[in-house]
Design a binder for this molecule. Structure first.
Ligand SMILES: Cc1cc2nc3c(=O)[nH]c(=O)nc-3n(C[C@H](O)[C@H](O)[C@H](O)COP(=O)(O)OP(=O)(O)OC[C@H]3O[C@@H](n4cnc5c(N)ncnc54)[C@H](O)[C@@H]3O)c2cc1C
Length: 323
C-alpha cells in the first residue's frame, strides 16, 4: 500500500529554493497526521550537500539523483528521475512547488505516473486519510476542494503561501541512479536575470505599477520605493503590453502568480485578471486616484490620490524610519 508524503525539492545554482522549505514543512504536517514519513527527491549535479538541509524542515529521507545530466534543468531528465524514485518507493502523496520549474515538471510527472494533480493549491489537509487540496478557481473568485483519486495524490503548492516550520530532524540520504538514457533535450543557453534583481514570484514585498504610472520613466519612483523596502517591482499587463516593463515582471492570469507579505499596487485598476495573480498577498495596499477603482475592494489599505505625490512621500517616510 502506498505510504509516505513526498516532495520534489527544488534547487538552482547549488542552493535550495525557498519553495522547497515550504513544501517540506507542509509535508511534515500532513505526514504527522497520517503517522507516515516525509520523503524528498532532490535532483541536480553536485547537490548532495544540500540534502541534509532538508532535514531541518522535517524531511526524514532524501532521495538524491546526482548526475551532470540533471544540470541544467530539463523537463525530460528531471521527470524521468523523479518518476523512477516515486515508482520504486510508492509514496501516497507527492507535493511539488507551483513555481515556473515545478509547473513544468509536475505536468510531465502526472503523465509519467498516470495520476492526477490539483494545481496551484493555497491549502492542503488530510480528510478521511486522503489529501484534500484547496485551490482558487475562476481567477480567485471561489475556492474548490479537490481529492485526487490516483496514486500518488499529487498537488502543486503556490509559493509564499505555506508557512516554513523548522524541526530538528537529521534526514537520511539515499542515493539513487536516475536511470537516464540518451537525453532528448539539450539546453543551449540560459538567460539569467541581472544579478541582484528580485524575482516577483519569490519576493516578500512587491511594488507594482500599472497604466497609471504613465510610462517607463514613471517606474523610477516605484524602483526607488522598492530599493528602500528590498522589494521586487511588478507590473500589470497594461504596463507590459505598452513596453514599459518586461513580461517576466507581469503579475496576473497571464503573468506570474505572487503571494508576497505586502503588495503595493500603484495606478492599477484591479481587473479580475490582475487580481488572479496577487489576491493571495497577505497585505494589499492600493494607490489610485479613482476612489471607485475595483482594486480598493481587495485592498487592506487604500490611498485615493495621485501616485506621483504619494509614492515619493511614502519612500521619504520609510527612509526616515529606517534611518
Ligand atoms: C485573457 C486576458 C488575460 C489577462 N491577463 C492579465 C494579467 O496577467 N495581468 C494583468 O494585469 N492584466 C491582465 N489582463 C488585462 C486586464 O484585463 C486589464 O486590462 C489590465 O490589468 C489593466 O491594467 P491597469 O490596471 O494597469 O490599467 P487600467 O485598467 O487602465 O488602470 C489604470 C489605473 O490607474 C489609475 N491612475 C491613473 N493615473 C493615476 C495617478 N496619477 N495616480 C494614481 N492612479 C492613477 C486609474 O484610476 C486606473 O484605475 C488580461 C486580460 C485578458 C483578456
Amino acid at each position: 500500500m502506498a505510504k509516505g508524503v513526498w516532495i520534489v525539492a527544488e534547487q538552482r545554482d547549488g542552493a535550495l529554493r525557498k519553495v522547497s522549505f515550504e513544501l517540506a514543512s507542509t509535508a511534515r504536517k500532513l505526514a504527522d497526521q497520517l503517522g507516515e514519513e516525509v520523503g524528498a527527491v532532490l535532483c541536480g549535479a553536485g547537490i548532495e550537500a544540500l540534502a541534509a538541509e532538508l532535514g531541518k524542515y522535517g524531511v526524514d529521507k532524501v532521495f538524491v539523483a546526482d548526475s551532470p545530466a540533471l544540470e541544467p534543468y530539463t523537463t525530460d531528465a528531471h521527470a524521468t528521475a523523479v518518476a523512477k524514485a516515486v515508482k520504486e518507493n510508492d509514496p501516497s502523496i507527492l507535493l511539488v512547488g507551483a513555481s515556473a520549474q515545478g509547473k513544468d515538471l509536475s505536468a510531465a510527472l502526472v503523465g509519467k505516473l498516470a495520476t492526477g494533480m490539483a494545481t496551484d493549491c493555497t491549502d492542503v489537509k488530510i480528510a478521511d486519510g486522503k489529501l484534500l487540496a484547496v485551490r482558487p478557481m475562476y481567477a480567485g473568485k471561489c475556492f474548490g476542494e479537490v481529492v485526487v483519486t490516483g496514486t500518488p495524490q499529487m498537488a502543486s503548492l503556490r509559493p509564499n503561501v505555506f508557512t516554513i516550520v523548522e524541526s530538528a530532524k537529521a534526514a537520511a540520504i539515499v542515493k539513487f541512479d536516475a536511470g537516464l538514457g540518451e537525453p532528448k533535450t539539450k539546453v543551449l543557453e540560459v538567460q539569467k536575470e541581472a544579478a541582484g534583481k528580485i524575482d516577483v514570484a519569490e519576493a516578500n514585498v512587491i511594488v507594482s505599477g500599472g497604466r497609471g504610472v504613465k510610462g517607463p520613466e514613471g517606474f523610477g519612483i516605484l524602483e526607488e520605493l522598492a530599493a528602500v523596502l528590498g522589494a521586487a517591482v511588478g507590473a500589470s499587463r497594461a504596463a507590459v503590453d505598452a513596453g514599459w516593463r518586461a513580461q517576466i515582471d507581469q503579475v496576473g492570469q497571464t503573468g506570474k502568480v505572487v503571494s508576497p507579505n505586502l503588495y503595493i499596487a500603484c495606478g492599477i485598476s484591479g481587473a479580475i485578471q490582475h487580481l488572479a495573480g496577487m489576491s493571495s498577498s497577505k497585505y494589499i495596499v492600493a494607490v489610485n486616484k479613482d476612489a471607485e477603482a475595483p482594486i480598493f475592494a481587495r485592498a487592506d489599505y487604500g490611498v485615493v490620490d495621485d501616485l506621483f505625490k504619494v509614492v515619493p512621500a511614502f519612500t521619504g517616510e520609510v527612509k526616515k524610519l529606517l534611518a
